[in-house]
Design a protein around this ligand. Structure first.
Ligand SMILES: Nc1ncnc2c1ncn2[C@@H]1O[C@H](COP(=O)(O)OP(=O)(O)OP(=O)(O)O)[C@@H](O)[C@H]1O
Length: 942
């Protein structure tokens, strides 16, 4: 049994030292076995918070325990729980909730250690990402259950964990549990199932005054026990920051995209690591996708580094935490997954690669160093503009602290800098931020998300039934972190990677929508039409504006918001697209023609089936160009019918299906069409499917490539209850990553991502199923009707089914056929029969462009790159960056087509991108899951 690293050391800060030493024997009477356990663990003297909290808790009071990170809060509830345990009874007596699985496991380990001399002790953890069956076995004989809210709730609902004898209910990291919406409902639900007569203990290092009302719900009368008395300031309010942690900010020059920012931050990171002695280091980033990139970068520089994030297998996650706590890994790159609770006594350096999303996250992150009075250093690497402002804003909202600025050039070991050699960070908040905070106009600054660059106010006129003033006043009334507003019309994410951007988008949209719905703020059309995302790369336009004067940011925004500003056209395009979703089963000479019309439900299963089918098709044929790319499906009819099982596809076609040839490009097209039909993205209708070969299309390096990504989508929402239930079920399984996307992800990564999709990524199908089942049990009949058990077990299926319904409602099969007949073979898009002159003109332009693009395509197809279409005459192009000469010639081509040419050096920086539609499709699949839920709610609400 490892002895506490801290047991014999007196050189610790007063955060953990009492004036007179207080041995545990003085506090704990009549429990020799527990005392023996404590002593074996090296716990002899109680820390200040233990001295303060233990008597109160042992006396049975409901208690709020608030003390700095790493000061020993865990023992404040572990010891009393063990003391009051009726060991002779095997029933459940205590439930402990924690917001992450890793914390839950750590708490359980603490119980095991301290209670090592209590042979009858049965303490188990119950967390998502592990088989429920095993949990059910464990639950049969369990006195203390520690777990994440989702799994605990599930087991209670299943009557596996029986609550009638529970005497104490403990919430660790309570602020997270009661403020993160993915937990609150579960926490309340669990609380409601527990006996009224019980002791409730809530614990955290970051309790916000605003959360106190929630505690009133959980506890009738309670005692608040706070931090170390030595550290009280005049207001008797203990500082939240550890005395042993020196805080620094290291700035890099602000640029408009993360693509450029990240390398600069990496340099800064290396610089810090080279100039500072440290034992163990945790590097935090807001972005789930970035942890691996940073880790690899460090490994490239011969640092021994691991990375941990929410989408890893749970066993791997636990193993990684174990490697950290057992000092096997020197550097761990992480998301906020381990920002809280994780205790590794040797961590003395924390580096934030981005501005944390809120003060609590910052506090907890840097609290991973300086455990139990240790000394440590915390660095936050920020751009010198937005991130720096955000950081100031964050820490100012806690208290006045001293943060030092690291010089741009570090000329000697950091610790050799005298205090006066380093400037203090000027913590004055510039008015801009508070202004934005007040108006809620800019979601970026509100949530500190630097991926989502900004929202657009200029096209905020909406076609909503609500006036803009109404909306604004509604919005201003929301005083929460995410401030949804009608101005959040367009969010474009770029830099980092497609996946990350998308995750972030998902989070922000999800959060925004939730707020909108919860606050009953908007009519549906705001949600449906006011939000747009565009797939494109804005970097050259934004970054090198002087070089590309023809693309001003305004110009760019106009591109993005075109459909927002012209609602009628948007509607028309949307309808046209929905009705005429094109499945191009092209033959060699008909690449650009829209040959067949398929209803939206035809595409419902495309993603999965097409992929499977394509794999079955001759995968050995690595075809080099679209002309060579014909793979004749042996039984095309069967294939098509398999692809579109819901409709008799062949009967809708004006040509014989037997004549249809399926090629790899077509496969791409199927996916592509699938994507835009799923997301109803008008602008995708202007994007011509990629004409690249399969190798390019399935390039695997895209995951790490930096690319700008946005999407146009539309939705409508209602039915708050069901919505929350569904989302809750997605989130519960990986609650911690909701910070990623993700909370930043946000949204989206720091909801974790971030969150956002982080939860989806780590989303456990089994858990989801269980969750849904329990949802069914809990929810009303209406909801149950809508949540068919079978559907809910397979979310994808559920989505497909829902879509099919939607489609059937909105699309008439006969109409589709008519439209198909009216198609001109030369047309790029299937046009509606009754298109007016203006549309025709536009349409001709498209055809012309198409002709140009075709030549262009042919050019680039042979050069191993892809041109993905045009948007308002602007190119969408993604080019594989494996061959410099190819890139050069592509750039020349790009110039010929009046598309801004990129600088050669930028190409080397992976500036040109590959979009892998398969990967995109997967991400969009996740997006789709959420969107479909929303659509279902809308349908239900009608
Ligand atoms: N009385 C004690 N004597 C020696 N070591 C202790 C004592 N109490 C706690 N510790 C050690 O201090 C470290 C931090 O404790 P703990 O994890 O409970 O802190 P915490 O306040 O819950 O931190 P966080 O807020 O970050 O979760 C642990 O390694 C624990 O073993």
């Amino acid at each position: 049994m490892p002895v506490s690293e801290y047991s014999k050391d007196s050189g610790r800060t007063t955060d953990v030292q009492t004036q007179d030493q207080t041995p545990f024997d003085d506090i704990i009477k009549g429990h020799p076995l527990i005392l023996k356990g404590l002593s074996d663990c090296g716990f002899t003297n109680a820390s200040p918070i233990q001295v303060a909290a233990l008597p109160t808790i042992i006396a049975g009071h409901d208690t709020i325990v608030e003390a700095k990170n790493g000061t020993g809060k865990t023992l404040t509830f572990v010891i009393p729980t063990l003391m009051r345990l009726k060991l002779e009874q095997v029933n459940l007596q205590t439930i402990i909730l924690a917001p992450t699985r890793e914390i839950a496991v750590q708490i359980q380990q603490c119980f095991k250690k301290v209670g090592q001399h209590l042979p009858e002790l049965k303490c188990e953890y119950f967390i998502g990402g592990t088989p429920v069956d095993i949990d059910k076995q464990k639950a049969k004989c369990c006195q203390i259950a520690v777990g994440s809210p989702g799994r605990i709730k599930h087991l209670i609902n299943e009557h596996v964990l029986k609550c009638s004898e529970v005497k104490s209910f403990i919430l660790d990291e309570v602020d997270r549990l009661v403020t993160d919406k993915s937990f609150t409902k579960d926490v309340r639900l669990i609380d409601a199932k527990l006996p009224k007569l019980k002791q409730t203990i809530v614990v955290s290092a970051s309790i916000d005054k605003n959360d106190m009302s929630v505690f009133d719900e959980l506890m009738k009368e309670y005692i608040v026990v706070k931090g170390a008395e030595e550290d009280m300031n005049a207001l008797q309010d203990p500082s939240k920051f550890l005395l042993g942690i020196k805080q620094y900010v290291a700035c890099v020059k602000a640029v408009s995209t993360n693509i450029i920012l990240l390398p600069a931050k990496n340099v800064r990171l290396l610089n810090i690591l080279q100039n500072l002695p440290y034992t163990q280091c945790i590097i935090f980033t807001n972005y789930m996708t970035r942890v691996e990139a940073v880790c690899n970068m460090l490994r490239d520089h011969n640092y021994k580094a691991d990375y941990i994030r929410g989408d890893q297998d749970q066993s791997i996650r636990l193993e990684l935490v174990d490697r950290l706590t057992s000092f096997k890994s020197k550097i761990l790159v992480a998301t906020d997954l381990i920002a809280r609770g994780i205790d590794s006594s040797n961590v003395d350096l924390v580096i934030n690669m981005d501005c944390p999303n809120d003060w609590a996250t910052y506090l907890h992150r840097i609290g991973r160093a300086g455990r139990f009075g240790n000394k440590g250093n915390a660095f936050t690497i920020l751009d010198d503009d937005k991130e720096l402002k955000m950081f100031k804003h964050i820490i100012n909202s806690i208290e006045s602290i001293k943060v030092k600025m690291l010089p741009i050039a570090i000329t000697k070991p950091i610790l050799e800098y005298a205090d006066n050699e380093l400037a203090d960070l000027n913590l004055t908040i510039e008015p801009e931020i508070s202004l934005i905070q007040e108006t809620g106009n800019n979601i970026t600054k509100v949530n500190g998300n630097n991926v989502i660059e900004e929202n657009l106010t200029k096209d905020s006129e909406s076609d909503s039934n609500l006036s803009r003033n109404d909306i604004e006043s509604n919005i201003n009334s929301i005083s929460e972190e995410y401030q949804p507003c009608s101005e959040v019309k367009s969010v474009y994410a770029y830099g980092v990677s497609e996946k990350e951007s998308l995750q972030r988008l998902c989070k922000v949209v999800k959060e925004t929508e939730k707020k909108l719905i919860e606050g009953n703020m908007v009519d549906k059309r705001l949600l449906t039409d006011d939000r747009s995302f565009v797939l494109f790369d804005p970097e050259p336009f934004l970054e090198n504006n002087d070089k590309y004067p023809e693309y001003s940011p305004d110009d760019l925004l106009e591109i993005i918001t075109k459909y927002d500003s012209d609602f009628d056209k948007y509607e028309a395009d949307k309808n046209r697209m929905l009705k005429n979703t094109v499945l191009q089963t092209v033959s060699e000479n008909e690449l650009s023609n829209s040959n067949q019309v398929c209803e939206k439900n035809d595409f419902a299963n495309l993603s999965n089936i097409t992929d499977k089918k394509i794999n079955n098709i001759n995968t050995n044929q690595q075809l080099q160009s679209q002309h060579e790319a014909q793979i004749v499906c042996e039984d095309n009819k069967q294939f098509v019918n398999e692809v579109c099982p819901e409709t008799n596809f062949s009967s809708k076609s004006n040509k014989s299906v037997d004549d249809t040839k399926i090629d790899t490009n077509n496969s791409q097209r199927l996916r592509f069409t699938d994507i835009y039909s799923l997301f109803q993205i008008p602008d995708f209708s202007l994007l011509k499917p990629a004409q690249h070969d399969s190798e390019v299309a399935h390039s695997t390096d895209v995951g790490e490539s930096d690319v700008s990504t946005s999407i146009i989508s539309e939705n409508g929402i209602e039915d708050e209850e069901l919505l929350e239930e569904e989302w809750g079920s997605e989130e519960e399984d990986d609650e911690e990553e909701s910070c990623d996307a993700e909370e930043s992800c946000d949204e989206l990564e720091s909801y974790d991502a971030e969150e956002s999709c982080d939860e989806l990524e780590s989303y456990d199908a089994e858990e989801s199923c269980d969750e849904q089942e329990s949802c069914d049990a809990e929810e009303s009949c209406d909801e149950q009707e809508s949540c068919d058990a079978e559907e809910s077990c397979d979310e994808q299926e559920s989505c497909d089914a829902e879509e099919s319904c939607d489609e059937q409602e909105s699309c008439d099969a006969e109409e589709s056929c008519d439209e198909q007949e009216s198609c001109d073979e030369q047309e790029y898009h299937v046009k509606e029969e009754n298109c007016n002159e203006e549309q025709e003109k536009e349409y001709e332009e498209e055809i012309n462009l198409e002709a140009e693009n075709k030549i262009f395509d042919e050019d680039i197809t042979n050069k191993n790159c892809s041109y993905d279409g045009h948007l308002n005459n602007r190119a969408i192009y993604f080019v594989k960056h494996n061959d410099k000469s190819t890139q050069k010639s592509i750039c020349n081509n790009i110039q010929e087509y009046n598309i801004p040419k990129r600088e050669e050096e930028n190409i080397e920086n992976n500036d040109l991108q590959v979009v892998d539609y398969k990967i995109l499709n997967d991400w969009y699949g996740q997006w789709k899951q959420q969107m479909n839920l929303i659509q279902t709610f809308v349908r239900l609400s009608k």
